[in-house]
Design a protein around this ligand. Sequence first.
Ligand code: SAH
Length: 400
Amino acid sequence: MPNDTLPILRLKKNEDRRLRAGHIWIFSNEVDTQATPLTAFESGQAAIIEDAKGHVLGTGYVNPHALICARLVSRDQRYVLDQSLLTHRLNIALALRARLFPEPFYRLVFGDADALPGLVVDRYGDVLVVQITAAGMERVKDEILAALSKVIRPTAIWLRNDSSIRALEGLPSYSEAAFGNVPETVELVEHGLRFEVRLRTGQKTGWFYDQRMNRARLRAYAKGARVLDVFSYLGGFGLNAAAAGAASVMCVDSSAAAVAGITRNAELNGLSDRVTVEQDDAFELLRRLRAERERFDIVVLDPPALIKRKKDIKEGTLAYRRLNQMAMQVLGKDGILVSCSCSYHLARESLRDVLLQASRHVDRFLALIEEGHQAPDHPVHPAIPETAYLKAFIARLLPN
Ligand code: SAH
C-alpha cells in the first residue's frame, strides 16, 4: 500500500543522522516545525518521516504533546502500525520466546527491542497483561487486542495502563479487563517452581520476568546455605534458593501483600519448613540483623529502582552503597552477595564501583564471580541504551 495519504513529519538538517544510525525516537526540537508543524498532528497519528531534503526515513507515529514526539515504526514506507503489521511483529516476538522457554510464562513483547515501541505484553499462560506507554500505541489499542487474540488466543487480557510514563504522553491512567474474565490470581512456573501472582493489584505487570536467569544462577550457590533475600516481592530469589537446597531462607519485603504472597508461594512448593518471611524496611532489618550478630552465607539485594531520574544519580548511588555495605555486614566469612540494580541511570561500572567501595568500607576482600543481565525475553535495542537496564553481580566476600 503506497502511503501517499499519510501526513509528513519533516526533520531539520542533520537530525536524521541518529535515526539512520539505528535509533527510532525523534525529539520535538529535531522537527522542522516551519515545514511540518507538530500542532497539525493528532495524538498518536501515523506519519511519513522525512529528512530535511525530503528523503523518506520510514513511517512512524506522532505525539505533538510529548518530548519524544515521534517514533519510527518501519523503515519501509509501505508499512504502518495496523493490525497486519502488529500481528506480524507479535509472531516474531512469540517465535523467540517459544524457542527459549518450555512454558508459556514470559515477557512476550518488550517495546522498542521487539520493534513495538510503547508496548509491553507479559504472558501468564492463557492470560495476558498489556501495558501501553505511547499515544501511537494507545490509538491502535483495538488492533493490538485483535492481533494478540489471533496470535495467542488468550482467555483474558488485562490492561495495566497505570504506568507513570503515560502522563508524559498525555494519556490517562487506568487498569481494566480488555476482555474475558481476568482471575484474581494466576499461577506461573519458573525453574520448576510454582508462583501465584496477582495481576490486578500486583507490582508492575505482576511478576518480574527480567530476573529469571539471575534466579537460576543463584541456585548454583544455594546448597546448604543460610540465605537472606532482601526485596523479595513474591519470593522469586528466595524460593529458588530453597528449592536448590538452601538450609534456611529469610525473605524480606516492606509490602504486606508481597509478604502474604511469599508465604503462599512457599506453601505451594512445599518449602515452608525452610522459609521465613519478614515484613520490614530493608534498611531497618539489615541494621537489626547486624546488631543481633546474625550471619548469612548468601545475601540477595534486588531493590526497586533507587535512581528514577538523572538528577537523582548522586543521592541514589549513595543509597546503593549504603545498602550493599549493610548487606556485606551480615555476610559470613566466605559470603556470596547477589547485588542487582534495575536503575538505568546506574551504569554497570558504577554498580561495580559501589561494590568495591562498600567492600573497602567494611574491610573485606571482594571478588566478582558472575555478571547477570535482564533475561532474553527483554532484548536490548543496540541504539537505545535505555533498553539495557538490569545489572546483577554475584560477588564473593572474604576476610582481608
Ligand atoms: N526480587 C524480586 C523483585 C523485587 S521488586 C523478584 O525476584 O521478583 C522490589 C521489591 O522491594 C518490591 O516487592 C517492594 O515491595 C519492595 N520494597 C520497596 N522498598 C522497600 C524497602 N524500603 N524495604 C523492603 N522492601 C521494599
